[in-house]
Design a protein around this ligand. Structure first.
Ligand SMILES: [Zn+2]
Length: 517
């Protein structure tokens, strides 16, 4: 009995003490209050996504975004600059407009791919053709002259425009299984035929262009209602467009039934030659250890089918808002707090790789890097990234974060270093303690990641606010931490795939002159 009571009292005291320890830090209280009572997220999101729009590397909008960020930081009293690290093919998207004009008129939903060559001013009107079924590449070469003057449909027509979760909800089990089996067989046959043609999705457009096709029409469905992924064109003179599944399927069936459908494509764009590419950097100088760095990290560029709201507009907002809050609540950090808005992550982590290569002294002084880049959701996973002692310092820092935020977070220690995926990998490869703040999905992979639907309305501002608070507190704790963080690497596990022990990734050089022919 007595022992039980003592234990109970100890627990109560412990809890009370923890409660005080958490609530009494005036800086943490100020961070939380600023984030909740004076949030700038909605305004920043509107200016960036709606006002400036998508941020494809090499476009004027990308440059505009870099300048906007520098001005924003300046308005908050945080010195910022754009640092050039390379060049990229400059291009500006103009109007895309696609209509079926035969056998009847219907406006179609689609857009030109990034870097697509323009059509002539009045557009191009032509008949659509589909790829032949061939047994070998000779047969394909013999068929190729058929594309002269035609628009070629290069994607497999999907058997259903309903995502699998919709089938799962409403179909009989038997009919769902049947659809999946048929789709698998169709996909296999499509891929086999592509091999027989002697091509893949990268080489095919070029071959069709050389043979005299006047345009390429594809449909990169993203397995949800109304979503397609929009990447870059691989043609040099003729336009490449993506049509949404419904329109693509209709046209494909009309070709197969012998209706000879024709469409009219207007694709305006401008080639701008080589354009400089940048990272935007801003920093709050450290008062005691200015040469040690806490880095907030999020890539700034995007694909341009939507406005890059969740990839990586939301990561961008988290880091900007965290910096703004820190400047107010913690203006004299012990270590330097630096934010990196990287350019050209989408083409291979180029901005962050360039930064790591160009600033070895900063990488050497890294206390911690916090990167966010997988959508709008609240952070639910943090891994130690293969750093043996990360559990120690990250654990202590996370303890200072309000429980309602950390309750959602699952940690993995020591974890393994990333080999790509996002910019923290560039820092991990150089041995700097870098961590990914991983978000809850909110249907990221199918619905927003690189799609035509990655837009402002998909942002969950409460979750982004949660992430800005988390990031600001982690940055504060990392900056104040008495010691420099350990970089000791864990012994990595044996790979299931190769049976060999995994090795630590090594730094890679960026592409500094990209997209040029
Ligand atoms: Zn991203």
């Amino acid at each position: 009995m007595t022992r039980k009571i003592t234990l109970l009292i100890t627990l109560l005291v412990f809890n009370a003490f923890m409660g005080i320890a958490q609530d009494k830090d005036p800086i943490i209280e100020a961070i939380v209050a600023e984030a909740n009572e004076n949030s700038q997220l909605e305004v920043l999101g509107h200016e960036l996504m709606d006002g400036i729009g998508p941020r494809l590397v090499g476009t004027p909008q990308m440059k505009q975004a870099h300048d906007w960020a520098v001005a924003k930081y300046a308005s908050w009293g945080i010195p910022a600059r754009n640092e050039q690290w390379g060049e990229w093919r400059g291009w500006e998207r103009g109007i895309s407009h696609i209509d079926m004009v035969y056998p009847r008129v219907q406006s179609l939903r689609g857009t030109q791919l990034a870097w697509s060559p323009a059509t002539p001013k009045k557009g191009v009107t032509a008949e659509l053709v589909v790829l032949p079924t061939v047994t070998d590449s000779m047969a394909f070469v013999n068929w190729l002259p058929n594309v002269k003057g035609k628009l070629v449909m290069v994607s497999m027509p999907q058997p259903t425009g309903r995502p699998d979760y919709n089938w799962e909800e409403f179909a009989t089990e038997k009919s769902f299984e049947k659809m999946k089996n048929e789709r698998e067989a169709q996909t296999q046959a499509w891929n086999d035929n592509m091999k027989n043609m002697g091509h893949n999705s990268r080489t095919l457009p070029e071959a069709l262009e050389k043979a005299g096709a006047v345009g390429i029409v594809g449909s990169n469905w993203s397995r949800g209602f109304g979503v397609n992924k929009i990447f870059g064109a691989r043609t040099e003179k003729i336009p490449t467009v993506d049509l949404e599944l419904e329109d693509y399927g209709m046209l494909y069936r009309l070709v197969e039934s012998g209706q000879k459908p024709q469409i009219h494509i207007v694709a305006e764009s401008k080639d701008l030659g080589a354009m400089p590419t940048f990272n935007t950097l801003a920093e709050i100088k450290g008062s005691e250890k200015p040469d040690e760095y806490v880095i907030l990290s999020a890539h700034f560029d995007s694909w341009d089918g939507g406005t890059g709201a969740t990839d990586n507009g939301t990561g961008t907002l988290v880091m900007m808002e965290a910096m703004r809050i820190l400047k107010k609540a913690y203006p004299n950090p012990k270590r330097t707090i630096l934010v990196g808005h990287w350019g050209s992550e989408e083409q291979g982590l180029n901005g962050s790789r360039a930064f790591v290569e160009d600033h070895p002294e900063i990488v050497e002084g890294v206390q911690a890097v916090f990167n966010q880049d997988n959508g709008t959701g609240r952070v639910v996973r943090i891994s130690g990234g293969g750093f043996l002692n990360a559990y120690d310092y990250l654990g202590k820092w996370l303890h200072a974060v309000p429980k309602e935020i950390t309750d959602e977070i699952e940690t993995t220690f020591p974890g393994t270093p990333a080999r790509g995926g996002s910019d923290y990998a560039s820092f991990q490869a150089a041995g700097a303690p870098a961590f990914s703040l991983s978000s809850l999905s909110w249907s990221y992979w199918n619905y927003t990641w690189h799609t035509n639907r990655d837009t402002y309305d998909k942002i969950i501002f409460d979750d982004v606010r949660n992430n800005a608070i988390l990031t600001a507190i982690l940055a504060y704790m990392a900056s104040e931490y008495p010691e420099k963080t350990s970089r000791e690497k864990a012994v990595l596990p044996i790979s299931d795939r190769t049976g060999e022990q995994l090795e630590w990734p090594t730094p890679r050089s960026p592409e500094r002159k990209g997209g040029m022919n």
